[in-house]
Ligand binder design. Structure first.
Ligand SMILES: O=C(CO)[C@H](O)[C@H](O)COP(=O)(O)O
Length: 219
């Protein structure tokens, strides 16, 4: 199976976690696109979804799935989203699709984070994938220097403006051995909107698609 087929496989597997009759949190990315398509085809009835991006909102709406504002809900049982990297403890790097801030906001509303990913996303240590950081544009130069101080090389993602009007720095050269401390630390830097380490909002479950099918990792 190629990567696209694995994404479709885990997208379908995630249907088992959809709480019928309840509002669902929906992430962003190509794996989530597969999930949204599978959800629409499944016939599972939900009253609506809280979406983490304009991209997912459009796809949900295209399928006739009602999209609710985050302010309309106080709690979600389940949030389903992809990841750029996930480690053996459920800590993740996210934001390859530039939706990390809204993803963290929707994840914060949810009791359970179901990560759907192909097996290439499972890593020993976070950091090989360039770490996305949403920033206030004015802070780009100073934040680039701050990342350099901890061994990271930050590059502005050209031509990208997030759904929130922010910019994205992609940071290479990091080895994130303590994701909780790293997230705490970088979140304090002025100009950082959201760092793409999801440690405080880690996965509860990961459905990992590989050659042998879907493996369920619980954290
Ligand atoms: O964090 C994300 C978007 O901001 C995505 O979940 C992450 O980039 C994985 O994307 P894909 O499913 O396309 O591999």
């Amino acid at each position: 199976m190629n990567q696209d087929q694995l994404k479709q496989l885990v997208g379908r597997a995630a249907l088992d976690y959809v709480p019928a009759g309840q509002i669902l949190g929906v992430g962003t990315g190509s794996t989530v696109d597969c999930f949204i398509d599978a959800l629409a085809a499944s016939g599972i009835q939900i009253p609506g979804a809280v979406s983490s991006s304009e991209r997912s909102t459009q796809r949900l709406a295209k399928h006739g799935i009602k999209v609710l504002d985050a302010a309309e809900v106080t709690r979600l049982a389940v949030y389903i989203d992809g990841a750029d990297e996930i480690d053996g403890r459920g800590f993740m790097v996210k934001g390859g699709g530039a939706a990390l801030t809204r993803e963290k906001i929707v994840a914060d509303l949810a009791d359970q984070f179901v990560c759907i990913a192909d097996a290439s996303k499972l890593v020993q240590t976070l950091g090989a994938f360039p770490l996305p950081v949403e920033i206030i544009p004015m802070a780009a130069a100073q934040l680039t220097r701050r990342f350099a101080e901890i061994g990271g090389k930050a590059q502005l993602r050209g031509g990208v403006v997030t759904d929130n009007g922010g910019h994205i720095l992609d940071v290479t050269g990091l080895s994130i051995t303590d994701p909780l401390a790293f997230e705490n630390d970088v979140n304090q830097w002025p100009g950082v909107v959201t760092v793409g380490v999801f440690a405080h909002h880690k996965a509860s479950v990961c459905l990992l698609g590989g050659a042998d099918g879907v493996k369920t990792l619980k954290f």
